[in-house]
Design a binder for this molecule. Structure first.
Ligand SMILES: [Zn+2]
Ligand SMILES: [Zn+2]
Ligand SMILES: [Zn+2]
Length: 301
């Protein structure tokens, strides 16, 4: 029995020292890879004594529950947790944790509502897997561009619909054909011109409807080919709440493009005038409110 235990200990020692060598070699690789990728966050947080201690405790415990509890803990700040996550990544081989364990931890964090932590963990996973990153970046770009195109199509539809309503009101009111509401298009002066513009509005709405459904099909194909990597998981989680797009980055982006977020009207926070599923979102170049403002500014020049 004693022999058996000591043999096991010896085996363990051998395995540990062997693994340490492998881990060192791998860490060397990772660090040399890191020097080729200057964008990766620095390691200073992981080298802080408190964080280092936590990392060592996780490695020693060899149990995914311990890492999960650390990441859920209220005793550590978010910054300390990011330090633990990066630090652990650079010596991942020493933990004996598998990728399956990490996915389980991600699921547990998400279910427990630790959304910032799980998104950060996915950010690390996304950054460290170069092959996955390549495919995921391509899919992510296409999905984001697709999302913008959906908003453009819907906002253009609203624009055309508003102009159509204005034309209809002009037709119903006695001549001369003065608009009763603000329109983003040039005002027609005769009944035949109004009718002509109404026809072109109807034609454009028909085209936009066709383009919308074709685009939804393309978007579906992009999302179904994307796979289920860290970036896709993060993308899906972000979109689970209705207000996901109102985070400071997206609002800043809309402000930067001089969209409605740069004015105190709250257009992006409300439902837009559409029956489509995608009622809310930031401005594109087709936003009716932005288009009208641009036209008025041109007139005032
Ligand atoms: Zn607006
Ligand atoms: Zn706008
Ligand atoms: Zn906006």
């Amino acid at each position: 029995m004693g022999n058996k235990i000591s043999r096991k200990t010896d085996e363990n020692n051998c395995r540990t020292s062997d693994m340490d060598q492998k881990a060192e070699a791998k860490m060397g690789n990772t660090i040399s890879q890191q020097s080729d990728q200057p964008k990766r966050p620095p390691l200073q947080l992981a080298s802080e004594p408190a964080t280092e201690k936590v990392i060592e405790a996780i490695i020693e415990a060899n149990d995914s529950n311990v890492l999960l509890n650390v990441l859920k803990s209220e005793n550590l700040t978010f910054s300390e947790k990011t330090g633990v996550m990066w630090g652990l990544h650079y010596c991942f081989d020493r933990t004996k944790l598998t990728w399956r364990d990490m996915f389980w931890i991600e699921d547990q964090l998400e279910e427990g509502g630790h959304l910032n932590v799980v998104q950060y963990l996915r950010f690390i996973h996304y950054n460290v897997s170069s092959l996955e990153t390549y495919w995921e970046t391509e899919s992510m770009e296409k999905a984001i561009e697709g999302d913008i195109k959906t908003r453009w199509l819907i906002q253009r539809e609203i624009c055309v619909n508003q102009h159509k309503q204005s034309l209809q009101q002009q037709l119903d009111s006695p001549p001369p054909y003065h608009s009763t509401r603000q329109s983003s298009q040039a005002e027609p002066s005769s009944k035949s011109e109004v009718t002509q513009q109404l026809d072109s509005c109807n034609q454009e709405l028909k085209n936009l409807n066709k383009l919308y459904w074709e685009h939804q099909n393309t978007l579906h194909q992009i999302l179904s080919k994307w796979g289920n990597g860290a970036a896709r998981q993060a993308y899906d989680l972000l979109r689970k709440t209705d207000d996901w797009y109102l985070n400071k980055w997206h609002v800043q982006d809309c402000k930067g493009r001089k969209g409605c977020c740069s004015r105190p009207y709250g257009c992006c926070e409300r439902n837009r005038e559409t029956e489509r599923h995608e009622k809310r979102g930031h401005c594109t170049s087709a936003c009716p409110c932005c288009v009208k403002l641009k036209i008025y500014q041109e007139i005032l020049k």
